[in-house]
Design a protein around this ligand. Structure first.
Ligand SMILES: [Zn+2]
Length: 259
């Protein structure tokens, strides 16, 4: 807790400086990078141990119909360490087409998943839409339960013009090389986020990934994740970006009150 307090103080200094808060929209002073792993996979503990080795924290978006009392206590312990736990709905239904899912079903999915997580003492601020995209008609349903939500996959916009309930993420699996696992595209996107002072949230699933490369091997393995984190460690040690959990990342990035 003490560390989080210091971190928050540091962020306040970074984002506010010593001058009064301006009411006009201004660019954040530093890029923020975050990672969310979806779906509640048994390999989340592997992800966590890799992040621990870099002194970074991942975040996990959980589909609550996969949650048991045993896994709930594991994620509760992660949450107690400061890791962000997000809702990824209750049963992972698609939310992109109002013709195929009605509002009541969708509202139940987004409310009950949060209630289940909170019943285990896990605070939940964020939501991740199954299959990434939520139809805009449904967006108002999120606002009473979630501070922020990833509901969009349509563009490459990660700056502060994006509303907090219309955030997008950047896929590790879809951007790593399928032929030789090089992470050049991911590095380039991180570099662009640093230059433009963006909020770049990367996401993945199981580790090794269930998505396959050109040789029918997992598209992202433990070494690939280590390579990405090694690159980010250099950048964050160089004060070019912050690497934060999803809750802290959104809180810090939008602190200046533009959204
Ligand atoms: Zn999912």
């Amino acid at each position: 807790m003490r560390f989080s307090g210091l971190l928050l103080l540091f962020l306040l200094i970074v984002f506010h400086g010593c001058t009064p808060i301006k009411k006009t929209i201004e660019k954040p002073k530093l890029a923020i990078i975050s990672f969310v792993f979806d779906d509640l996979n048994t390999t989340d503990s592997v992800v966590k141990s890799i992040f621990d080795a870099f002194n970074f924290k991942p975040s996990f978006a959980l589909t609550t119909n996969r949650l048991s009392s045993r896994t709930a206590s594991l994620y509760k312990s992660y949450s107690d360490e400061g890791i962000s736990i997000l809702s990824h709905s209750h049963s992972h239904i698609k939310m992109q087409d109002p013709a195929s899912v009605n509002k009541d079903t969708l509202l139940h999915e987004i409310k009950v998943s949060k209630q289940i997580l909170e019943s285990y003492g896990i605070p939940v601020l964020g939501f991740v839409t199954p299959n990434s995209y939520m139809h805009p008609d449904f967006l108002p349903l999120l606002k009473s339960d979630y501070t922020y939500a990833f509901t969009n996959n349509n563009d490459d916009n990660y700056d502060n013009s994006v509303q907090k309930h219309q955030l997008s993420r950047y896929g590790i699996e879809s951007n790593i090389s399928k032929s030789d696992h090089n992470i050049d595209t991911i590095k380039a996107r991180i570099d662009k986020a640093i230059i433009n002072k963006e909020l770049l949230v990367l996401y993945g699933h199981a580790l090794p990934s269930n998505y396959m490369d050109d040789f029918d091997k997992p598209r992202v393995n433990e070494n690939d994740l280590r390579a990405i984190l090694t690159y980010l460690k250099t950048k964050s040690s160089n004060h070019e970006c912050l690497v934060l959990t999803s809750d802290l990342a959104i809180q810090a990035y939008y602190r200046q009150g533009f959204n």
